[in-house]
Design a protein around this ligand. Sequence first.
Ligand code: 1CP
Length: 425
Amino acid sequence: MTQNRTSEDVFHDSASDPSGPAATTAAASAAASATAPATASAAAPGTGPGPAAALPDGHPSARPLAEGGVGDAPLLQRLRGRPVQAPPSVWFMRQAGRSLPEYRELREGITMLDSCLQPELAAEITVQPVRRHRVDAGIFFSDIVVPVRLAGMSVEIQPGVGPVIEHPIRSEADVDALPELGDDYEAALAPISEAVQRTVAELTPAGVPLIGFAGAPFTVASYLVEGGPSKDHLRTRTLMRDRPEVWARLAAWVAELSGRFLRAQVLAGASATQLFDSWVGSLSAEQYLAHVQPHSAAVLSRVADLGVPRIHFGVGAAHLLTPMLEAGATAMGVDHRLSLRDAVSALPAGTPVQGNIDPAVLFASEAARQAEARSVLTAGAAASGHVVNLGHGVPPQTDPQVLTDLVSYLHEQPVPSQAASEGRA
Ligand code: 1CP
């Protein structure tokens, strides 16, 4: 554990990033000062819906880097679509977890979900990949089914399988019996808030923001209905078609569950959010708009007033990019099946993007990996802001050194100009 080390020991040189506080456009800073209270102006997003930032005093995003906060960290500026003079920003989905030997060591003898609910452990696991790889953000170590457990339902994450629900939700009676999300649920979120507070106490002095996350209603509900991982989500899609009103009650319940989980993380110190709708690609645009988008919008609206960037990510969801943005996201995560260039052209101008290095290159030659990294940087430069990520999570068998080397390679690259990205330079 790190409690005997100061964050300066842990992060030494990254605390004095030579890029310094990032530049903002005149329009973006004018918008920020016009709408946000002085203490939180650095947190106002440049794009997207939502009123002025209302973060608690002392929140890491309420102060700029120069004053010991993270409000203007380059990664956050890029997520707000503001131009930044700084090396590329990068983090990896599933950067915390099984690819790290120090994670496997800490997890010995404790189940996945129990480890998420021990604040000191969850904070340490969140910080591990930041310390090792020098990525530009932490992703909170938790899981999309943690709130299901906190609401009182019986769920386990089985090694090698994923989330397994003891009593799947398949009928109207099952939906009637869903636990109420009252004060008990609020109290149950306390270990999440504590874990976030412990994490940001370590990350903030190094200028590294924490990204909070939640599972979107379709993806979480698909585990609840199927009872575990599923390839085609057939039962869930059948429920949506057969009993749309029952589906709508289930999805609304999940939206409240996930939305409150996400809000607790932001209030406790997370500076950006990501809504994972990993399995939404199995729906048509028509089904998404009718039965899912309003519920995902309900989750995102739970944090809109806090003014932190809201990233929305789905797998195989090229046909849903704009509807997912319109659910109230301010930036879109793109998986590796879609070219980042096509994603940028398909999205409304000014939409920041995140992605999308193919995880397969983590197992290919260094030359192939670096070529993919450069190509993703070039494509991303056509967007108003680009944060580098993989197109999906880090595979457990990844050699951690490959990730560390990829981060340092990315940090050495110039950010290509928009003209170069468009083939004009
Ligand atoms: O014992 C272990 O180490 C279990 C592996 C593991 C880990 C490390 C699971 C089981 N979840 C997590 C943590 C986790 N899950 C994080 C935080 C860490 C990080 O990203 O670095 C996050 C953001 C998630 C989110 C999550 N859980 C998603 C969305 C992202 C994605 O990968 O698409 C999903 C779909 C889950 C469900 C889940 N949890 C775990 C597994 C193996 C799965 C997927 C199972 C399936 O295929 O359905």
